[in-house]
Design a protein around this ligand. Structure first.
Ligand code: PLP
Length: 483
């Protein structure tokens, strides 16, 4: 399997060469040259596989330059009951006939990002060891992604994590989750500023190519291809758990932000998984819902982006969206370049009336938008009717799923986080404190370790330089640059 850029300007590369990044040198996103086809006989063979074995079967189609036995061992070490709470890894829980939750948030940071990120940690460690190189991951977080990255990379050989977070602006639970890590390769940097300022610091360093190269700086953001690939697995798992035969179909409802999760569903469908609908659920930040309904893609400015009670879906532009548009454009990079230059020029593009609009219905997408009131009402109704507590993001998914159910087609809503992470909204909806999973009681009182820092690029560079080995400036970094 070779990887290409959605904009056509990249030499075909192998999986291990694009593993760290996602952004192609021409500004496009890295995509596989084709989607492997999974026929009915293969589906039948996969149906009874445990999660780790299923992950191996799917990932080996994409990671063709990793030796099979090594990839299998990495999957088996990652997808364990120890890390994900059960042998099922992503158990399916029925709410009522035809409606179920696929629980993706039983990993160490209680959000679905762990499913892919834990594997990414194992892959990075393995490939770095093979190459004899090291990697310093630099990132900014307002909560979920940063902690998932830290828990995936903690204690791994050849990897250090420098994670910026806005001092005093995360929930006590999120703060404790990150700052209580004692691993020597994790550096929490509490910036005296807001999240955007943390992100600006990361961008400033990413733009300093010399510094970046000398200190082997990389990122783990949502456009990382391996994360998308690892997410394909649980769509298959959910299908098998909800059906008895491969002649049936299912639909998925996906609480969406950067379009990473639902993109994996789109790819599973393209591979041949019998998916009827892929329901994209947004919150008040409804860029994706607007696109699917109207064909108009209009990313919002930071000022137009709402801060909502499902904060992990508060995005202004959907960073993985270009990969889907590439497929919609029949994989024509010239057309993607055309659309993205319109986007740059006009701040939006519109595919209505074009060939892309004609292809959209065949992709099976449906969409909807959920507001704070919807989320609260849904949380409450699900709790009353089924005795099940869901988090605000999953509530958005369930709210939108309701409008798109079909008789005879099970609707599977992806549970993207646990309610314990969003206690204030749970209290508002049903007046109780969400239960903490075992092992998370009292994490707020553990000792915390972090470095406080002003918004100052030079200070940050010094901090990183003091803690990393500088390569001679002539060494060419094997890792691709990433934004
Ligand atoms: C990241 C996240 C999402 C959004 O997923 P995307 O892949 O960005 O669409 C939804 N819910 C939760 C809890 C998340 O952490």
């Amino acid at each position: 399997m070779k990887y290409l850029s959605t904009r056509g300007g990249m030499e075909p590369a192998r999986f291990t060469e694009i593993l760290l990044g996602g952004l192609a040198p021409d500004g496009g996103l890295v995509v596989p040259e084709r989607y492997p086809c999974v026929d009915r006989a293969t589906l039948a063979r996969w149906r009874s596989l445990p999660y780790a074995a299923l992950a191996y079967e799917i990932l080996r189609l994409y990671a063709t330059d990793l030796p099979g036995p090594q990839l299998r061992a990495l999957c088996e070490r990652t997808y364990t009951a120890d890390v994900f709470g059960s042998d099922e890894v992503t158990p399916l829980v029925a709410l009522e006939p035809g409606l179920a939750l696929l629980k993706l948030s039983n990993g160490p940071t209680l959000a679905f990002k762990d499913v892919a990120m834990q594997l990414l940690g194992a892959l990075f460690e393995h490939v770095l060891r093979e190459q004899g190189s090291e990697l310093n991951i630099l990132g900014a977080t307002s909560g979920d992604t940063g902690s998932a990255a830290e828990y995936a990379m903690r204690g791994r050989a050849g990897i250090q994590v420098f994670m910026l977070s806005p001092h005093g602006r995360m929930s006590a639970f999120q703060t404790a989750q990150m700052y209580s890590l004692a691993d020597a390769n994790v550096f929490n940097i509490a910036v005296d500023g807001v999240f955007d300022e943390c992100q600006d610091l990361v961008k400033a360093i990413s733009n300093d190519l010399l510094f970046k190269r000398r200190h082997s700086i990389g990122t783990v953001n949502s456009i990382n291809w391996a994360r998308v690939a690892a997410q394909i697995v649980y769509y298959f798992k959910g299908f098998f758990a909800a059906t008895r035969s491969d002649d049936e179909r299912v639909s998925f409802a996906v609480p969406s932000g950067n379009f990473g999760n639902v993109l994996a569903g789109h790819i599973a469908r393209r591979m041949g998984l019998p998916i009827s609908r892929l329901v994209v659920a947004t919150n008040e930040n409804d860029v994706l819902d607007e696109f699917i309904r109207t064909g108009r893609y209009r990313p919002r400015s930071a000022a137009e982006t709402h801060h909502t009670s499902s904060p992990s879906m508060d995005i202004s532009k959907a960073s993985n969206f270009e990969r889907f548009v590439f497929d919609l454009a029949a994989r024509d990079p010239a057309r993607v370049r055309e659309l993205w230059s319109a986007l740059e020029r006009d701040g939006q593009f519109d595919i209505s009336g074009s060939a892309e609009a004609e292809r959209l219905p065949a992709c099976g997408f449906a969409s909807g938008r959920s507001t704070h009131a919807d989320r609260i009402a849904t949380l409450r109704a699900i709790h009353q009717r089924h005795g099940v507590l869901v988090d605000p993001h999953t509530a958005d998914g369930l709210r939108v799923a309701r409008d798109w159910r079909e008789p005879g087609v099970p609707m599977i809503c992806l549970e993207t986080a646990q309610p314990a992470k969003f206690a204030a909204t749970i209290r508002e909806a049903i007046g109780i404190e969400p239960p903490r999973p075992a092992g998370y009681e009292g994490i707020e009182s553990l000792p915390q370790r972090f470095e406080r820092m002003p918004v100052d690029v030079e200070r940050l560079k010094r901090y990183i330089a003091d803690r990393t080995d500088a390569l001679p400036s002539s060494v060419d970094c094997r890792w691709r640059a990433d934004a």
